[in-house]
Design a protein around this ligand. Structure first.
Ligand code: ARG
Ligand code: ZN
Length: 868
């Protein structure tokens, strides 16, 4: 069943034009296509035409105007093959589909009162028979027919070129001049309101920007529109990329499997990733919206103008685009904080994937179901790999490379190799070795040994790398690891670096190049023994194994000029505290307490950064730094350290809170967001040490004019241990917000993800709550996703009841929405790293899923690979 990269073959037929006619009716939709094909000159003259199709009712096929008989073609569950075709021909196919019954949310489906599409990766084949592969690109013309009153808004890609109404039916025609693969096709029909704006591109062209929403959401569009304009400007300034149509549309949809989709000129968004106003959305949601709007917009060049040859190249567009949106967010807010957030995701979710049964390289070499490969490895690790290229080539060199890439491949469907080749050609460097990052799965470990020679005034630094085996891959070759570093003197300042071999060092980016399995570098001119600050800015997605004393870590936390490593040193220290708490011997040293106290009082530092410095590593983070994972022990040890900090720094947290508490009206601006993040971090500790803190949280909950403060107060109180009070507030919150689905999602997640409220019984009750809906992926994620990924003590309950809950949900969703089912399954695949008793209990659930009849490809792939 698996598809392999090495089996790639160019298509036998190219498609020059696609014309589609949709006729939308309540109980069905008819789709008529007119496809203009031309044989690939490399193909055999008798090559049959192969079209993909799934769940379609075939009505008729015409070849150059002649109706075909059943003997002219072969039809099966997944394809339509036309045996004999001429070198050039027009194929007309009519099918019937049922969008209202489409619960998988791939292809054309109904969400609430509207129709919408999701075609990436292989959804278009659920709309009509088609060569549904990204290297087949064509010019699309789309006609949409629908009831004029019920569906006043009819949208597709490109420009609207005709609009007529007759007998109560409206017919709108869209034409997209840019060639594109089918996965970028989109259609929307609904009774929607639009918020509009304008953007003038760098060459002076005027673009109309529109956000379409259901009427009740029209007051939630402003921020996305603003983020869109900033993204458009940023891509012009940083990459020289200009928008290329007269209109850019975004549509918000409630039922959506992923975050959003970059369809040409018509992006479709999960409403949770685009809609916001101060009363309903938190700062975190605002920042997510800004990043995703930018991400989808940036795809217009990295993805649409230059697309992927096949799905093994997915990271070509996703890794690069995530890198682009990360730089955008870093420019809008704090670069250090963005780096911390991204490293957190790498170290928790991606490293876990790399050490689990679904580990795969950034360019996988096989898959059963491509939907399972929209992963943190393809996206986030792919972005880290691009980020390393940026560090190696420098800002200007990288830009020269991307300019060449876009120029050379505009309008083409290309490979990851083509991307690296363009960077290489533009900079005249050899990146052959670097490409191993795309081919080898797993997280490399860099072992560090340093030795200072006082007489010679030299530091000898030996770095060794190895990468653990992953499914199907062993004995990996050394990778090119850029290790950004600093040598810190006793006064806290960076010392100048003189290293041999000199060509291993790039001064501009302060990067040491580790390219072999073991290398020793010699630093000279060091009158004192420096402290080492390694892997600054998280310069490579690796683990570092380096012995440093508590004192060294505390020193780095206080003095490192690299903000990322200040945070990292603090996290390493906190991991030690948690370890000691597990062994029953944690004591906060006076110097440590003073350092944290000073950070809380430091008004020069970015408050968002201070909030991260004071934030304990999450349970998932601690787990990834443990050889064997014992979720219950991790939970209680972390609790203990948290409580100790809350008590030791009680007055510091209170003072910090008072200093940052503001009565100014809410603004979703970077400085205000940063201040709120520290204020609310302080509050979360303060409630743990005093009645005064509790009182303040209650006041904040009642008086807040925005969801950030209201939610932070609610979360603080829910996790404070004051059960009766927490229940009352949760009930109050429901009363206030039950009319708003996006707020209700947050309310569900707060409970399902909490150690106190996310018990198996309570999660079962939430699944019965009127707010819950199995067909809505956001609801499923808010309850089951939050439970299995955040409420770890309950999920890992010793009797397996938490695993059973998830198992039942996966089996249920297997039938209605396989993509969501497979995603939900992830936590159950990590049994090998758990303490053996728990691991076996978990494994038995996987077996139960495997034995269930009629598994979707999505679930089958994850389960079967997890049981090897
Ligand atoms: N290309 C979209 C994005 O990252 C995601 C589409 C995901 N589709 C899927 N079937 N998993 O912006
Ligand atoms: Zn993307």
């Amino acid at each position: 069943q698996a598809i392999h990269l090495q089996d790639y073959r160019a298509p036998d037929y190219w498609l020059d034009a696609t014309e589609l006619e949709f006729d939308l009716h309540e109980d069905h939709t008819r789709v008529d296509s007119r496809l203009t094909f031309r044989r690939n000159s490399a193909a055999a003259a008798d090559a049959p035409l192969l079209l993909n199709g799934q769940g379609l009712e075939l009505l008729s096929i015409h070849l150059n105007g002649t109706l075909l008989d059943a003997q002219d073609y072969q039809l099966d569950e997944e394809s339509l093959t036309i045996t004999t075709v001429p070198a050039e021909f027009v194929l007309e196919v009519s099918v019937r589909i049922d969008p209202a019954a489409n619960t998988a949310l791939e292809g054309l489906y109904r969400s609430g009162g509207m129709y919408c599409t999701q075609c990436e990766a292989e959804g278009f084949r659920r709309i009509t028979y088609y060569p549904d592969r990204p290297d087949v690109m064509s010019v699309f013309t789309t006609h949409i027919n629908a009831d004029a009153e019920q569906y006043p808004v009819l949208l597709s890609n490109g420009n609207k070129v005709a609009d007529t109404t007759e007998g109560g039916r409206r017919r709108v025609t869209w034409h997209d001049p840019h060639k594109k693969p089918a996965y970028l096709f989109a259609l929307v029909a609904g009774d929607l309101l639009v918020k509009e704006d304008q953007f003038t591109t760098m060459s002076g062209r005027n673009v109309t920007l529109q956000i379409f929403v259901e009427p009740r959401n029209i007051d939630k569009t402003e921020y996305a529109l603003d983020a869109l304009k900033r993204s458009m400007r940023w891509d012009e300034e940083v990459y020289g990329r200009e928008y290329d149509l007269d209109i850019f549309m975004i549509v918000a949809v409630d039922d959506f499997n992923m975050g959003a989709m970059e369809n040409k000129g018509l992006n479709i968004f999960n409403s949770s990733c685009v809609l916001a106003n101060p009363a309903t959305a938190t700062d975190t949601a605002y920042q997510r919206i800004e990043a995703i709007v930018a991400h989808e917009y940036f795809h217009n060049w990295s993805g649409n103008r230059v697309t992927c040859r096949d799905w093994f190249q997915l990271s070509l567009k996703e890794g690069f685009t995530v890198f682009r949106d990360a730089c955008f967010s870093a420019d809008m807010h704090s670069a250090t904080v963005k780096r911390i957030e991204d490293a957190n995701i790498m170290r928790t979710v991606q490293f876990a994937e790399d050490s689990g049964p679904m580990a795969h390289p950034v360019q996988p070499d096989s898959f059963i179901e491509i939907s399972n490969f929209y992963t943190v490895t393809i996206y986030e690790k792919g972005a880290e790999v691009v980020g390393m290229l940026h560090k190696i080539l420098g800002k200007e060199g990288f830009r020269k490379g991307t300019d060449l890439y876009f120029e050379r491949h505009d309008g083409q469907a290309v490979t990851i190799h083509d991307f690296v080749q363009a960077l290489q050609d533009a900079n005249k460097v050899d990146l052959t070795l670097f490409k191993r990052w795309y081919k080898q799965a797993g997280t490399p470990v860099v072992q560090v040994e340093s030795h200072y020679d006082a007489t010679a005034q030299q530091l000898h630094l030996t770095l060794r790398q190895h990468c653990p085996d992953t499914p199907g891959q062993s004995n990996k070759l050394p990778m090119w690891i850029p290790v950004q570093l600093g040598l810190i003197g006793s006064n806290g300042d960076d010392l100048p670096v003189q290293v041999s071999p000199a060509n291993a060092w790039t001064e501009a980016s302060q990067v040491l190049h580790l390219t072999e399995s073991e290398q020793t570098f010699v630093f000279s001119g060091l009158a004192e023994e420096p402290r080492l600050s390694l892997l600054r800015d998280f310069s490579a997605p690796v683990k570092v194994d380096f012995e440093q004393s508590d004192e060294d870590l505390l020193f780095l936390l206080q003095h490192d000029s690299d903000g990322f490593n200040r945070w990292d040193a603090g996290q390493r220290l906190m991991l030690r505290w948690i370890d000691r708490a597990r062994a029953g011997r944690f004591r906060l040293a006076a110097a440590e307490q003073q350092a944290l106290s000073a950070l809380l009082a430091d008004t020069q530092l970015d408050p968002a950064m201070v909030a991260y410095l004071l934030n304990l590593p999450s349970e998932a983070y601690i787990a990834e730094f443990s050889a064997v994972i014992d979720p219950l022990a991790i939970h209680s040890a972390r609790r203990q350290v948290q409580q100790a900090l809350a008590v030791a720094l009680a007055s510091d947290f209170a003072a910090c809170y008072q200093r940052l508490h503001s009565t100014a009206p809410y603004q979703p601006q970077p400085a205000a967001m940063a201040a709120r993040s520290l204020k609310n971090l302080a509050l979360s500790y303060w409630v743990k040490s005093s009645a005064e803190g509790m009182e303040q949280a209650r006041r904040q909950y009642q008086q807040a004019d925005n969801m950030t403060d209201q939610m932070a107060a609610l979360v603080a109180l829910v996790n404070s241990g004051e059960r009766v009070q927490a229940e009352a507030l949760l009930a109050d919150f429901w009363q206030r917000w039950q009319h708003d689905p996006l707020v209700v999602n947050q309310w569900l997640a707060v409970q399902a993800g909490s150690a106190e409220f996310g018990t198996v019984e309570q999660v079962q009750a939430l699944l019965q709550h009127e707010a819950f809906d199995w067909r809505n992926p956001n609801k499923v994620r808010s309850v089951l996703g939050a439970f299995a990924n955040q409420s770890l003590v309950n999920f890992h309950r010793a009797d397996g009841a938490g695993y059973d809950l998830l198992t039942d949900a996966v089996l249920k969703l297997n039938d209605s929405n396989p993509q969501i089912a497979a995603r939900l399954l992830t936590p159950l695949t990590r049994w090998q790293r758990l303490v053996p008793a728990a691991g076996q209990v978990m494994k038995a659930r996987l077996q139960r899923i495997k034995e269930h009849g009629s598994l979707s490809k999505d679930v089958y792939e994850v389960v079967s690979k997890s049981l090897i």
